[in-house]
Design a protein around this ligand. Structure first.
Ligand code: ADP
Length: 359
């Protein structure tokens, strides 16, 4: 049985705004789930409903098979790490971490043991006597996480916990949180708008847009088998290239190339005649030159960006723009004409009307 179950969860705020629609999810014990999507898509609202900080308007929330809609936050056994981690400035790291257990009136020896083992997991053992102001941003964030994980709760909820850190600290903390999760095995839900955080940290990702779940899957599934145009464009950097064209005689034109869609659509080709499709391929799917079992395209090079391990090549094909990610040794000249191939298996077709992927 799933540990957490969300069945058709909806949130309608008192002002009438419908922020979350029919959210379904089953989560196993120990899983690390990331909710990702653009700002305002309903991630925090869903997290707060799970935490018990926000009423569930509609639907059912179960913890270990028991209805939890009416349970208070404490009863649910969840701990939350917020975006702005307010540490007590006059209290040492030790006291900040111990605070929650002290409030509960826990035994002093027990508190001491828990503070020390939590500090060990977080690499804070040498900092227990310091005040928060004598810590780096990353260390402060670890103290905030320590305050949550010192209580042995069933579920950790994290709402954009890295957003106050600089880029370098974020990368470090990302792997630290993954490491902490591995050591504690705690069931975790993590909210972010950053697809890289989602891809690098999650066991499974829930992609949201405008209050609706778009797809639930492992990072691999979302990357290689996106359900729709939104997920395909949201996951991956630079994003997937999209070219919108109408099917004529079973073909679409991209620049001066005429692409036979039979290779992708087979028997279903006739169904799409005269319809608009989106032809998608990832920047890294492009191979130099003409290849077998691939769509061959010709383009003009507008701009190149050498990034060290690869080069982003901004191209144009008769008014269509795209980005290719190439080996820096293959970097083409600006304004030159190039030929490249995208293997059939790396091409995605989407129905332009429904935005769903065509399988
Ligand atoms: P996210 O976490 O994905 O950025 P939120 O869950 O915070 O998104 O918000 C989802 C939507 O609900 C947003 O459009 C937001 O403006 C709206 N919203 C959030 N809180 C309230 C509230 N208390 N009353 C009305 N609308 C709200």
């Amino acid at each position: 049985m799933a540990y957490l179950t969300l069945k058709k969860i909806n949130k309608i705020y008192p002002n009438g705004y419908h922020a979350v629609h029919d959210f379904n999810l089953e989560m196993e014990k120990g899983e690390f789930i990331v909710f990702v999507g653009p700002s305002g898509c309903g991630k925090s609202t869903t997290l707060r409903m799970i935490a018990g900080l926000e009423d569930i308007s509609n639907g059912e929330f179960l913890i270990d098979g028991k209805r939890a809609n009416e349970m208070g936050p404490r009863e649910r056994g969840v701990a939350m790490v917020f975006q702005s981690y307010a540490l007590y400035p006059q209290m040492t790291v030790y006291d900040n971490i111990a605070f929650g257990l002290e409030l509960q009136g826990a035994d002093e020896d027990y508190i001491d043991e828990r503070v020390r083992s939590t500090a060990r997991i977080l690499g804070l053992t040498d900092y227990l006597d310091r005040l928060p102001r004598a810590l780096s941003g990353g260390q402060r964030q670890r103290v905030a996480i320590g305050r949550a994980i010192i209580r042995k709760v069933g579920v950790f909820l994290m709402d954009e916990p890295l957003s106050n850190l600089d880029a370098k600290q974020r990368v470090t903390m990302r792997s630290e949180i993954t490491q902490i999760h591995r050591e504690t095995g705690a069931t975790t839900i993590y909210v972010t708008h950053d697809q890289t955080e989602a891809m690098t940290m999650a066991d499974r990702i829930v992609v949201m847009k405008e209050g609706w779940v778009q797809q639930v899957g492992t990072p691999r599934e979302l990357y290689f088998e996106p359900a729709n145009l939104f997920v395909a464009g949201f996951i991956g950097e630079p994003p997937m290239n999209f070219i919108r064209e109408t099917v004529r005689d079973g073909r679409i034109s991209v620049g001066d190339a005429s692409l036979d869609l039979r290779h992708k659509l087979g028997d279903r080709l006739a169904r799409y005649e005269g319809k608009e499709l989106v032809f998608g391929f990832r920047p890294e799917a492009a191979l130099p030159g003409e290849r077998e079992n691939a769509y061959v395209l010709r383009a003009g090079v507008e701009l190149t960006e050498m990034l060290g391990d690869n080069t982003n090549v901004y191209i144009t094909m008769g008014g269509e723009q795209a980005i290719l990610k190439v080996d820096p040794h293959d970097t083409p000249e600006t304004d030159s004409a190039i030929t490249f191939s995208v293997p059939y298996e790396n091409v995605y077709l989407f129905d332009a009307a429904t935005e769903a992927v065509i399988k």
